[in-house]
Design a protein around this ligand. Structure first.
Ligand code: C2O
Ligand code: CU
Length: 487
């Protein structure tokens, strides 16, 4: 006879088994109580005045004995980290010393539209020798990054990006905090760059790099305090690769997604597409022992970083994640949301979307003419149209016009046979549900949509023209990009 207890635990086991088997599972039942609200007094209000110079450097990306390569960077170092507090003001002057125009897009940061850094759409391109001032308040704490928004495959491909860490979310300080930037290099053994965009890759899953790295190093190694709670801020800055992360050798929890705190849950494995971030809380083992960050997505497990415990005053104690405050982003009223469908599809390489009716007095068509934001082929579409490529140099109309302050529920439908990390600028959205996966809703700015999957997100629309695109850089460069107009 099957007792009710058996039946119940059998059902639970079945559910858990189904969930674990799904490698794309995004979140499990939270292990902890709801996150505490942040005290009002916790907001700081400093002004950070920064100079960010985009320039070329020579670096040995293939190890100390390897050849030099020419990287493009926003500082003397690769992937500079800006640290600010929630409530601070950032005044960053970008100076461009690169041979082509550039800009800074603050990925995932809720900025005024004019500070969003999209050439032609929100600002003029910053030409060689020119400067541009970005001024905005940082509203949300968390792990963010910044990058240019034109010739992204070439500029980000050479390393042009930086990290923005906004502090102020920790109820109790972590014992150590490390930013880990994942990036593959399209580099040949002699240090020259391989093509950043290939038709072969762009029309499929993207072109993969030849050498993997974390923080620019092939095996990143660092010492951490024994028995400490270590906060790892993982940023997938690769142009192409979707990783499946895990921690080997120590207990680990997911504490934030795309910078925004969630009720922590045990990290098993986690899929992360380009531009996505994951904050992990790891309890370091005793002195002399180590743990590592690994990627399970390939045929063999890749170890990217190792952390070895050094002496510390901390004692062994029960494992618990670093406590964070609840995010306070605009809460979408999902029930009253206006539903909108966005279909991500293929275009077969032909340009069918916009007529080549260049009116030469249209300033946008003129600047787009010799811009680098367009490619000669379109392989991808959003709602049946491709972002203009080489032959179609007019800024297209928006994908849709929305009302500021209204809540919208977007259903992303992927009708292609590849996975796309879809990003909406200027907003933090709530990922509500998927046709293929079960999870607890969470906040994010980029979401993976698998083939044949439908994912629903909701957000409160902020005024401006906001890009919406796949973050596999070759996909956005070959059509899978558009913008919404909110007024
Ligand atoms: Cu990282 Cu258009 O974005
Ligand atoms: Cu894509």
């Amino acid at each position: 006879m099957v007792s009710r207890r058996h039946f119940v635990s059998g059902a639970l086991a079945l559910t858990a088994g189904t969930l674990t088997a799904d490698r794309e599972l995004l979140a499990r039942v939270p292990v902890g109580p709801p996150l505490p609200q942040r005290p009002k007094s916790s907001t700081s209000a400093r002004v950070h005045t920064l100079k960010i110079t985009a320039d070329r450097h020579r670096r040995r990306l293939l190890g100390p004995d390897g050849p030099e390569a020419e990287t493009w960077d926003f500082a003397e170092s690769l992937f500079p980290v800006i640290r600010a507090n929630r409530g601070d003001t950032l005044r960053a002057t970008l100076e461009n010393k690169l041979p082509e125009h550039t800009s800074i897009h603050w990925h995932g940061v809720r900025v005024p539209n004019a500070m969003d850094g999209v050439q032609y759409l929100t600002q003029p391109p910053v030409q060689t020798g020119e400067t541009f001032d970005y001024v905005f308040d940082v509203l949300d704490s968390g792990t963010f990054f910044f990058h240019p928004h034109c010739d992204e495959t070439g500029q980000v491909g050479r390393g042009l990006a930086g990290i923005l860490v906004v502090e102020g979310d920790e109820v109790r300080r972590a014992d150590a905090d490390h930013v880990l930037v994942l990036k593959d290099w399209r580099i040949s053994p002699d240090g020259t760059w391989l093509p950043f965009l290939t038709n072969e890759g762009a029309s499929r899953a993207g072109t993969f790099g030849a050498a993997r790295s974390i923080n620019g190093e092939q095996l990143f190694a660092v010492s951490v305090p024994a028995h400490g709670d270590i906060r790892l801020r993982v940023v997938n800055l690769d142009s192409t690769r979707i990783v499946e992360l895990g921690i080997e050798g120590a207990p680990a929890f997911v504490i934030a997604i795309d910078g925004h705190a969630i009720p922590p849950f045990k990290l098993d494995t986690w899929r992360m597409g380009p531009a996505m971030r994951l904050d992990i809380s790891v309890r370091a083992p005793g002195a002399g022992r180590s743990f590592s960050l690994v990627d399970y997505s390939g045929a063999t497990i890749w170890t990217g970083a190792t952390f070895t415990s050094g002496a510390s005053k901390l004692k062994s104690r029960p494992v618990a994640p670093i406590p964070l405050y609840a995010p306070d982003v605009p809460q979408p009223a999902a029930r009253s949301a206006s539903p909108v469908t966005l279909r991500f599809g293929n275009s077969g390489g032909d340009l069918t979307s916009y007529g080549a009716d260049l009116s030469s007095d249209d300033p946008l068509s003129k600047v787009l003419l010799d811009s680098l934001c367009v490619q000669s082929k379109a392989f991808w579409t959003i709602n049946g149209v491709s972002w203009p490529t080489g032959d179609h140099r007019k800024l297209p109309p928006p994908l849709m016009k929305l009302k500021a302050g209204e809540t919208y529920a977007f259903e992303f439908q992927n009708v292609t046979s590849h996975t796309h990390p879809i990003h909406l600028h200027g907003h933090v959205f709530e990922v509500l549900s998927s046709s293929k996966r079960q999870f607890v809703p969470y906040f994010a700015d980029t979401v993976l949509v698998a083939p044949k999957e439908r994912v629903t997100i909701a957000f409160v629309a902020a005024p401006g023209n906001w890009m919406l695109h796949c973050h596999i850089l070759e996909h956005l460069a070959t059509g899978m990009m558009g913008y919404i107009q909110v007024a």
